[in-house]
Design a protein. Structure first.
Length: 317
């Protein structure tokens, strides 16, 4: 176990997740309180030292600019929406410099995007928010990306955001100061247990859709695995060992839409994730989501979301 005070730095990217940030800070504060010692201290930075607005519109003061920081052995990048538009050359160079100094680097929510863009995640296993995983994998196919709640891989710590960041910090505390302290912190947070990293980020399909027919669940999961190359309804029915008519009736009765319409919706949701989290062209997104052309994606996209895909990019908003 480590002794002394560990300093942790947090780089706040505009529109960061306030929930995920506080889920990182509070376990550290409570660990100090429970132990009766100053085990952790922390500082908050922005690129220019000015206050930073979170995605909920609230603004936090910072302790300084990135160039002012000194000596923190662990630094987390906290971001969420529109991370692409805030990934400045100055921030990327700063992160590279920290890596060269042996600093442990972490990414919270979409923070992994900035670390990857700086070239600092090759050879590491990482995670990030489930909504951003498809876009990340499109941009960085060589980086091992999981859907775990968090990942601790040598000198890289990543969290999927939200309350998963609390679990990452509890594990961090446990590894440095023992499970007893981590458990005490968890209880203070009314957090029933320190979740394993392998706990699911999302509800399973049955819970998420509030359906319990195993055949329908199997069909939806099969669709989700076949976004780029859609399978005909007959092929889905065959995979589920029922007739096409039975499958269509199941979808209509329990999801209020036919399998074709539901499948298109899944593909459009995936397209939106890619548009929001990557700089892929509309054509590339269309092909990745099983649409044969920009025109076919645009027509379906406009019908579903009310705007064309070319206008629906968060990072250019």
């Amino acid at each position: 176990m480590d002794t002394g005070t560990r300093e942790i730095g947090f780089l706040l990217i505009p529109e960061f997740s306030m929930m995920a940030f506080f889920a990182a800070i509070e376990p550290l504060r409570i660990a100090n309180r429970c132990s009766g010692e100053t085990l952790y201290s922390w500082s908050i930075w922005s690129q220019d030292g000015k206050p930073v607005a979170a995605s909920n519109g609230m603004t936090l003061l910072t302790d300084g600019a990135i160039g002012d920081q000194v000596g923190a052995p662990t630094v987390f990048v906290c971001s969420s929406f529109n991370h692409e538009s805030h990934a400045s050359a100055a921030i990327l160079q700063w992160l590279k410099r920290l890596a060269g100094q042996g600093v442990v680097l972490g990414g919270i929510d979409t923070g992994a995007f900035l670390l990857a863009r700086a070239g600092l995640l090759e050879g590491y296993t990482i995670t990030l928010h489930w909504e951003s995983i498809p876009g990340f994998r499109e941009l960085y196919p060589g980086i091992d990306t999981t859907t775990e709640l968090y990942e601790i891989d040598r000198r890289r710590l990543t969290s999927s955001g939200g309350t998963a960041t609390m679990d990452l910090m509890l594990r961090f505390i446990a590894e440095e100061h023992g499970t007893g302290l981590a458990t005490a912190v968890s209880e203070q947070l009314i957090h029933q247990r320190v979740r394993s990293k392998s706990d699911h980020q999302r509800m399973n399909v049955a819970a998420r859709l509030d359906v319990h027919n195993p055949t329908l669940v199997r069909a939806v999961e099969f669709m989700g695995r076949n976004i780029e190359t859609p399978v005909a309804v007959g092929g889905i029915a065959e995979h589920c060992d029922i007739s096409q008519r039975q499958l269509e009736r199941l979808f209509a009765e329990q999801l209020g839409a036919g399998p074709n319409a539901y499948y298109v919706r899944l593909r459009l949701e995936h397209a939106r994730e890619l548009l929001h989290d990557t700089d892929r062209s509309v054509l590339e997104v269309a092909l990745a989501c099983g649409f044969g052309s920009c025109a076919s994606l645009s027509r379906a996209y406009r019908r579903h979301y009310g705007i064309p895909p070319s206008r629906d990019r968060k990072w250019t908003a």
